[in-house]
Design a protein around this ligand. Structure first.
Ligand code: UDP
Length: 357
């Protein structure tokens, strides 16, 4: 197959602004290339693919970013900026897709989904978020009646946000295991990884660290400065150890030293890449029982699931975290979320999409 991938219209690949989509795109490219497919990637200028993906053809596009939907109101209208990056990526994608088998969109936005109704090319969409916008959800519902196979989701619980899809296609996610080293450091620090933004609930993890009189190591892009400084001021100085945004290789070296990852989403997290990355390093995860993490973590085996917002229960699970065998965490990723498993699911799905046309 020749597959044309459209990246996220939020920051270049490698900036961290695109969140989990950046890693997911690289994992998918890697899995597709290793099973013999050809891949073209349309991405913002300055984007970089992982070194092992250099066989994919990368096309750069310039323009203004979209506004992320999770930071708008649910009923906000669609905004398309002057000199739109998304529109330019789609134009490029359509041009190349004439020679390809399928166009695969990874941006959560209105325009590419609307175009599905208006082009003759198989146009598939990986939906990377729960329902964050009424205008997008309504459009998915409309397109889905004509093209029932064109949407795939990362987890069942994410897909539940789109109840008009009775049998959602679930593709999970994939991780290149060679990029993560197993570490058996049961006495390490507490860790937290993610975009620092309200939907990620960092304050609850800081609460746990503070109750234990420990520091919390925090990795990720600070997307919302006010939110970050409010949390910092609500706890004793130095409780948060800001580690910045690191490349996957640097991140996994540090993350693997942690004794546990705390994952505290306040929204219906579509999947939760950081949960699986921690598991791949042998780090158990304690998360709220909501969104993708609740489908990934096996309570009592690879971590613990606390009731949403129940910080005290999260704290009590940290106290028994040594009961989790770190090897089991890594094993779960090997059996369930390798790049090959992921790419296989995507290829099976894309075949269904192509058959529709
Ligand atoms: N990440 C990273 N370096 C960091 C912190 C985070 O590369 O220092 C990446 C991480 O690998 C993951 C992404 O940021 O792929 C966050 O994705 P996730 O699915 O957890 O949440 P999202 O941001 O998509 O809501």
């Amino acid at each position: 197959m020749r597959i044309v991938l459209i990246s996220t219209p939020l920051g270049f690949l490698g900036s961290g602004k695109g969140g989990g989509v950046e890693l997911t795109l690289n994992s998918l490219v890697s899995g597709l290339l290793s099973s013999g497919h050809k891949v073209d990637v349309i991405a913002p200028k300055n984007s970089k693919l992982h070194k092992s993906n250099e066989k994919a053809k990368l096309y750069f596009v310039e323009g203004e970013d979209q506004i992320s939907w999770q930071h708008q109101n649910y009923d906000s209208p669609v905004t398309i900026p002057n000199n739109s990056l998304l529109a330019a990526m789609l134009e490029k994608g359509l041009e190349i897709a004439k020679e390809a088998d399928v166009l695969l969109n990874m941006s959560y936005d209105w325009l590419p989904i609307w175009m599905t109704l208006n082009v003759e090319i198989p146009f598939a969409h990986i939906i990377s978020m729960g329902s964050e916008s009424s205008v997008i959800s309504n459009l998915i519902s409309k397109v889905h009646t004509k093209y029932p196979y064109n949407f795939a989701f990362h987890s069942k619980i994410q897909a539940n946000d789109y109840p008009f899809i009775k049998k959602p296609i679930i593709i999970g996610n994939g991780f290149k295991l060679d990029n993560y080293t197993f570490q058996d450091s049961v006495k390490g620090p507490l860790g937290w990884v993610g975009r620092v933004a309200p939907e990620k609930g960092l304050e609850d993890a800081v609460y746990v660290a503070n109750e234990l009189g420990e520091k919390l190591k925090v990795w990720g892009v600070i997307e919302d400065e006010n939110y970050a400084s409010n949390i910092e001021q609500s706890f004793p100085h130095g409780t948060i150890d800001w580690m910045g945004f690191l490349s996957t290789n640097e991140l996994q070296k540090e993350l693997g030293k942690c004794r546990v990852l705390l994952n505290t989403p306040k929204w219906n997290e579509a999947y939760g890449n950081v949960v699986v990355e921690a598991l791949a390093c042998g780090v158990p995860v304690i998360a709220y029982k909501r969104g993708g993490p609740s489908e990934i973590i096996q309570h009592g085996q690879t971590g613990y699931l606390a009731d949403p917002e129940d910080k005290k229960s999260m704290l009590s699970y940290v106290e028994i975290i040594e009961k989790i065998e770190r090897k089991k965490c890594r094993e779960w990723v090997e059996k369930n979320a390798s790049t090959d498993i992921f790419a296989n699911k995507v290829v099976n799905w894309l075949n269904k999409v192509m058959n529709e046309y």
